[in-house]
Design a protein around this ligand. Structure first.
Ligand SMILES: C[S@@+](CC[C@H](N)C(=O)[O-])C[C@H]1O[C@@H](n2cnc3c(N)ncnc32)[C@H](O)[C@@H]1O
Length: 248
């Protein structure tokens, strides 16, 4: 099962969504221990703010933001496998993050915060997707975007292929990927990227980086979950970017 974009992505993610959610909500998941706390920290107080979560999975994260006071918020995901009872003030929509302006009900709307949390890699055209999101921000709005450290995939592929880190890091060939904690039967096709690819994408979309964070495990979690610290030590974790529009 190999997928890249569009309807193929939808079927792969429909197959993966419950496995992803199960893995994400485990007590030792890196999302729970490292990523969501860091994402929450960068978002700060969301009371009275509208949030658009692009690639929201079940919608549980954006629902938590609405519980914390966010209003008129939306989650969009291609899997369409959402929490059954979203709180008032939250709409969950089956759609493609590649062109948010084409998602039903989003035309003409503006948001204070737009999130791409571990979902940006699935955009058909990354620059285009970000430009569209940028145009949907309110005047003081920002985008919170996270991506896996590209070195992680390069290390994995170098181990699998008997090659070197540099060969894989700078390779431009798409590659098949099975996530061992989600469902190894579902294979996604990923586009490789380097740090410069990522930074150039932000520039081309007319965004500047206000803050970048490389979150690590808190001390108590390191002691409690040494196997997860070992994963962080080997693969480094994720990058978080707070992106604002350059003057229009
Ligand atoms: C790794 S999960 C991250 C989920 C969530 N943002 C989080 O931080 O827990 C990637 C999500 O992107 C969604 N996705 C993949 N391709 C998409 C697309 N083209 N449009 C919308 N959502 C997509 C998947 O269904 C999945 O829920």
């Amino acid at each position: 099962m190999i997928s890249r974009t569009g309807s193929e992505d939808a079927s792969r993610w429909s197959a993966l969504s419950s496995d992803y959610e199960r893995a994400r909500t485990r007590e030792d998941s890196l999302d729970r221990l490292v990523e969501w706390p860091a994402e929450r920290d960068l978002l700060g107080d969301v009371a009275g703010l509208s949030v658009l979560d692009a690639g929201c999975a079940s919608g549980a994260k954006v629902a938590e933001l609405v519980d914390a006071g966010a209003t008129a918020s939306v989650g969009v995901d291609i899997s369409g496998d959402f929490i059954p009872d979203p709180p008032p003030g939250l709409e969950l929509i089956h759609g493609d993050l590649s062109d948010l302006s084409a998602v039903p009900d989003l035309a003409g709307r503006r948001f204070d915060r737009i999130l791409f949390l571990q979902s940006f890699g699935y955009a058909k055209d990354p620059v285009d997707a970000l430009r569209t999101a940028r145009a949907m921000l309110t005047d003081d709005g920002f985008i919170l975007l996270t991506r896996t450290q590209p070195i992680r995939y390069a290390i994995e592929r170098a181990e699998q292929n008997g090659t070197t880190l540099g060969e894989e890091y700078f390779s431009t060939d798409t590659f098949s990927y099975r996530h061992r904690n989600w469902n190894e039967d579902v294979v996604l096709t990923k586009r490789p990227y380097t740090m410069s690819d990522l930074l150039n994408t932000f520039s081309a979309a007319g965004l500047w980086i206000e803050t970048t964070v490389e979150p690590q495990m808190p001390e108590d979690a390191r002691r409690e979950y040494p196997h997860k610290q070992a994963v962080m030590d080997k693969y480094l974790g994720i990058l978080l970017f707070k992106l604002r529009p350059l003057a229009r």
